[in-house]
Design a protein around this ligand. Structure first.
Ligand code: NAI
Length: 409
């Protein structure tokens, strides 16, 4: 195999991912054949595309004629054999190795020998999916993200037995569909879901340890760290029925690497059906598809009589002094706090208690502020109290070992 022309795309599995891939392909001018083991899912996907394209036309993003022509390129199919003429088939079926292998075998029986078989798997090995195929060189990973039309990145994964020209063809197809392809090797989680362990697993661990509430962690990641969504919002979107098995799978594929260990928190929620947006309840509740935002923590109105900022980090000292200045507060001078001053420390990588003790400060009056990211661009601050930080100066919500709060400007 060397060059490929991809004009007709088959999609097997027309759920959340399949229909998104169908949309961008049809909008790019490809003919798209939809097949699903459940015929109602094909009908639902076509209806979804009709509604979505209709909305895009209403908003003026595409013309009504384009919407109509795009929909006309989408062909519902009643049997796998109807995909026979496809140049490439992308499978987005259930995330089970044996089922995907079985589908590859069935597709090989139907497709031309030079047609590409791509898998949208998020956690299985492409090499493993290709095992047993008559022509494993044409089996390739094609990992889109949800929702496909908005998430513009796609991973193209070469299995160990993959033909590089097949990956090249999908790189070109991605660009044609307006996506940015990233080529990667067949390793657990590929790139994005590998890096995502840092966000999701750590986010869950922070919640599990009582560090902060789900919504607080999301708020900080979104409004301070600059992510579009926090880990719990993201897991609610993906659904724990998908994310939790992915967490288990990646953990086990890395031979129980402790950093990737999943949490009983998501196991219990999965069993209990609190899987996210599609179930109406996950880490958040949803009413008419709208996330119900928990009430924000109350910001105390009382101000301390004086504030002292640690000099242990001159950068942190400067940042907090500037922040206080914007609130109309001038911190105390001097190398030690006065007897009643609220003490602010700015550790990077240390907890508030250790910082206070290392610096010989009174933990009962100490609060840490996270200064990792510049304050200017963001609206949220992360505060960490010590277990001894005086209750009278803190709201009940802030009396846990760490808390997040809005900047009281
Ligand atoms: P989904 O549950 O929304 O849709 C799967 C569809 O496949 C269903 O309509 C089902 O009837 C059909 N199906 C199942 N087994 C089949 C078979 N043997 N033959 C034909 N059709 C079959 O699932 P979703 O979320 O779209 O995921 C599909 C794939 O995409 C999975 O491999 C998943 O890991 C992957 N993925 C999911 C992401 C997500 O955020 N949901 C993100 C990236 C990848």
């Amino acid at each position: 195999m060397s060059t490929f022309t991809i004009e007709t795309l088959g999609i097997v599995g027309t759920g959340a991912m399949g229909r998104g891939i169908a949309q961008i392909a049809a909008q790019a001018g490809l003919t798209v054949n939809l097949y699903d083991a459940n015929p109602q899912a094909v009908e639902a996907a076509r209806k979804y595309l009709q509604d979505t394209l209709g909305k895009l036309a209403e908003k003026g993003k595409i013309s009504a004629a384009d919407a109509e022509a795009t929909l006309a390129r989408v062909k519902p199919c009643g049997a796998l054999e109807d995909l026979a003429g496809c140049d490439t088939v992308v499978e987005a079926i259930v995330e089970k190795l044996e089922v995907k292998r079985d589908l590859v075998a069935k597709l090989e029986a139907v497709l031309r020998p030079d047609a590409i078989i791509a898998s949208n798997t998020s956690s299985l090995s492409i090499t493993a999916i290709a095992v047993g195929a008559k022509a494993p060189g044409r089996v390739v990973g094609y990992h889109f993200f949800n929702p496909v039309p908005l998430m513009k990145v796609v991973e193209v994964i070469d299995g160990l037995s993959g033909d590089p020209a097949v990956g090249d063809a999908l790189m070109a197809l991605s660009r044609r569909m307006g996506h940015t392809p990233v080529r990667c090797k067949d390793m657990p989680g590929f790139i994005v879901n590998h890096a995502g362990r840092g966000m999701n697993i750590e986010g869950i661990k922070a919640a599990q340890e009582g560090v902060a509430e789900f919504a607080d962690i999301d708020n900080i990641m979104r409004e301070q760290a600059g992510f579009r969504m926090g880990p719990f919002e993201l897991m609610d979107l993906t659904g724990l029925d998908v994310s939790h098995p992915v967490m288990e799978s990646i953990y086990n594929q890395f031979y129980q690497e402790p950093r990737y260990r999943p949490s009983p928190l998501t196991a219990i929620r999965s069993v209990g059906g609190l899987i996210g947006r599609k179930a109406g309840a996950g880490f958040y509740r949803y009413a008419d598809g709208q996330k119900q935002v928990p009430a924000a923590a109350v910001v105390p109105s009382a101000r301390p009589s004086s504030v002292w900022v640690s000099h242990a980090s001159e950068r942190g000292h400067a940042m907090v002094t500037k922040l206080l200045g914007a609130l109309g507060v001038t911190p105390e001078g001097g190398n030690q706090p006065s007897a009643d001053a609220l003490i602010i420390v700015t550790p990077l990588g240390l907890d508030a208690t250790t910082s206070a003790l290392q610096q010989g400060l009174d933990p009962a009056r100490t609060v840490a502020i996270d200064t990792l990211l510049p304050f200017e661009a963001t609206k949220r601050r992360t505060l960490m109290t010590t277990p001894a930080t005086g209750a009278p100066r803190a709201t009940p919500r802030m009396a846990c070992s760490r808390a997040t709060a809005r900047q009281s400007r």
